[in-house]
Design a protein around this ligand. Structure first.
Ligand code: WT7
Length: 663
């Protein structure tokens, strides 16, 4: 059995049930399953009343909305809290200055070097954010302008995002692991006015220059007039006169004060854009709006993590992804919580870095990804056992389905068999968590994200739109709008409708497969489109293919995901070379370098199989199903399903033979 099949098999057979721990008296999440069910029922009976109450409790509005929801899911056009006015930075900062949290730690930043720690109280963060907002203003940035951010996990990343929200500028963060070419295409797509970057990224003891990537991208981004550079590595870089400014100089320049009145924004004004991979070559700019996104991030953070005032909360994601946006920054700060931000990696200098940080700051709530759990699991239990993890109270997981083995390890060795493990299903597009246990209410089944949060109308549908029976696999869908949902694909309304609302009319389609068991628990089976999930990062196979084809020696390429023990999936590329070009290990290495340069290190194919031909139908369509099976090593029975439409069936045997080199 292949890795993929055995994973699904082990999930199908998973019957263990773990009762939630008793609810602490002061929990802000559901205290029992009965309470969850009651909230869920209310949210379905009266969605507008339900969300109005959430928005009122959690958000400070400059002006209350006129209408809670105006939605046409067919068009699609969805507006939440219409007519309402608010400012995100006021909600994340100013109001905490007045409510007793002024001197509370908002961010605890742990740098990659152990001695680099910075703590920002709400007051300190407010000051920095206002100063930076004034820097942006001085650069001519105003409401609705786009600011691109390409930074490592330094505090300036949090500061610049909040500074954008202060003046109503739209931020678009590009993960610092992406290449110059990826940064360029994203900045061009959103016509960014300013770029904020750094001289370098510190990673696993190395200083990796970042500014050269920014320079390369900026050479072809005429819309960007200013570039602000954070000094992190201290490495020698090029500063272009008239365009580039050091962050530390800009923020202390004459005339830059900490007084910056917030821009009062419409609830439906765009707050942020975040690019994500889809089934076609070009990443989509997912658009989130101010009132709905903030309400949703705050509310889900409260329910799922039960965040309270004296908690230390740590989400290990990078702010370059939506997880960091919603659950390092906006959710926790809107709630006035203390959020840990970590610059480094789990395995450096030793594989106990995460546990050491949990111990050091006495972390109470810890949120990470299955790939991290799997990689640390391999290092053995001595590493976590070296540290005092008794402060932990709640564990979370996100990014891909967590296999029961990893769930059990996390539960036993980190949670000491007493902590709830909440597996949270959601996407860049959903803005926040959609399907997850309530930590003190939901009985847990390892490998299941359990049930939809109140307000989320999730279901599993068949191709024909009817609801799947219990345990029958189908398309996961969301049938009603929720405040955190994306409002569009930047500059491309057609693609918005086509990608998310065309399979079933008026219903949001996340492109994930799932089944729902007899108890109503969801078991997410992974992507149904040509998107693969490598270490919790979403990669479009088409994107990697177009990068490969752009190489001068490549005639054609097909990319699929192959099962991988730690990463979940790894990238497997089939490449046909132009005639006259000979396959070689050097060429393989060159193609890898090429993809790193085109997209970024995370897109580097682990396997490259040279192939004279790809399995195509007579109409020329590549049969990926076959390629996926070969990459998964499922070739023994030669069961490739119906291959009668293949133009040349012998191609398959050749590919199977060629794959033996890797599998
Ligand atoms: C895709 C979204 C938003 C979190 C970070 C990834 C997969 C995410 C789970 C989970 C099963 C999951 C889905 C989804 N996914 N979390 N708990 N169980 N699958 O965000 O890059 O937008 O990727 O990640 O396939 O569609 P993203």
């Amino acid at each position: 059995m292949s890795g993929e099949d055995s994973k699904i098999e082990s999930m199908m057979q998973e019957k263990r049930l773990f009762a939630p721990p008793p609810a602490p008296a002061d929990t802000v999440s559901a205290k029992s399953m009965a309470e969850y069910e009651e909230w869920y029922r209310q949210s379905m009976d009266d969605p507008e009343g339900f969300w109005a109450q959430r928005a009122e409790e959690l958000i400070q509005w400059d002006k209350k909305w006129d209408q809670v929801l105006e939605a046409d899911m067919v068009k699609p056009e969805v507006k939440w809290f219409k007519g309402g006015k608010l400012n995100v930075s006021v909600n994340c900062l100013d109001r905490h200055l007045a409510n007793g949290r002024r001197n509370k730690a908002a961010l605890i930043w742990q740098g990659e070097p152990e001695e680099d720690v910075r703590v920002y109280t709400y007051q300190m963060l407010h000051t920095e954010v206002c100063r930076m907002a004034n820097v942006l203003k001085k650069m001519g940035v105003g409401k609705g302008d786009r600011v691109a951010v390409y930074l490592p996990m330094v505090p300036e990343l949090a500061i610049i995002l909040l500074a954008c929200t202060r003046i109503g500028a739209i931020h678009s963060v590009v993960f610092a692991g992406f290449s110059a070419a990826s940064l360029k295409s994203r900045m061009q797509d959103c016509e960014a006015k300013v770029l904020v970057t750094a001289d370098a990224v510190l990673r696993a003891g190395k200083t990796i220059p970042l500014k050269p990537n920014a320079d390369e991208a900026l050479a072809e981004c005429p819309s960007v007039q200013n570039c602000v550079v954070v000094k992190r590595g201290g490495n020698e870089i090029n500063m272009q006169q008239g365009r580039d400014t050091w962050w530390h100089e800009a923020i202390t320049a004459d005339g830059i004060t900490a007084d910056c009145p917030p821009e009062s924004m419409d609830a439906e004004d765009t707050m942020l854009i975040l690019y994500t991979s889809g089934s076609t070559g070009k990443p989509k700019g997912v658009v989130h709006t101010t009132g709905g996104y903030l309400t949703y991030a705050a509310q889900t953070c409260r329910w799922v993590f039960d965040l309270k005032d004296d908690d230390v909360y740590w989400c290990t994601a990078d702010i370059g992804w939506i997880t960091g946006h919603s659950y390092i920054l906006y959710g926790p700060l809107a709630l006035g919580a203390t959020s840990v931000m970590f610059e480094g990696v789990p395995s450096w200098p030793k594989p106990d870095r995460f546990w050491q940080i949990c111990d050091k700051f006495k972390v109470n709530i810890f949120y990470t990804a299955p790939t991290v759990i799997r990689s640390l699991m391999r290092e053995g239990t001595d590493w976590p056992n070296k540290h005092d993890l008794s402060s932990l109270r709640l564990l979370g997981s996100v990014g891909e389905p967590i296999n029961p083995e990893a769930w059990m390890w996390y539960h036993e060795h980190i949670g000491k068999s007493r902590l709830p493990v909440v597996d949270t299903w959601w996407q860049t597009e959903t803005g926040g968590i959609m399907i997850s246990a309530m930590p003190y209410a939901t009985p847990l089944k390892p490998g299941s994200a359990t049930k939809p949060l109140p307000g989320i109308d999730a279901a599993v549908l068949r191709e024909d739109g009817s609801e799947a029976a219990a345990n029958e696999g189908g398309h996961l869908v969301i049938r009603r709008p929720w405040p955190g949902m994306l409002r569009g694909v930047f500059g491309d309304p057609e693609r918005y409708k086509k990608t998310y609302f065309s399979r079933y009319e008026g219903i949001y389609d996340p492109e994930d497969g799932s089944r729902k068991d007899e108890d109503g628990y969801f078991w997410i089976m992974g992507r149904l489109d040509d998107v693969i999930n490598v270490s919790g990062h979403r990669m479009g196979t088409a994107e990697i293919e177009s990068a490969l084809v752009a190489h001068k020696d490549v005639a054609e390429a097909a990319v699929v995901g192959a099962p991988h023990e730690v990463k979940g999936q790894t990238i497997y590329a089939y490449v046909s070379l132009k005639s006259g070009v000979n396959p070689s290990d050097e060429l393989r290495a060159a193609l890898r370098t090429h993809v790193r340069k085109e997209i970024g290190p995370i897109a580097t194919p682990e396997f490259i199989q040279f192939a004279d031909g790809l399995p195509k139908t007579r109409s020329g369509k590549i049969m990926r199903r076959i390629l996926r099976k070969i990459a998964a090593g499922q070739t023994e029975e030669h069961d490739f399903g119906d291959t009668s439409t293949l133009a040349d069936p012998s191609v398959v045997d050749t590919l199977v033979a060629g794959s033996k080199e890797f599998i």
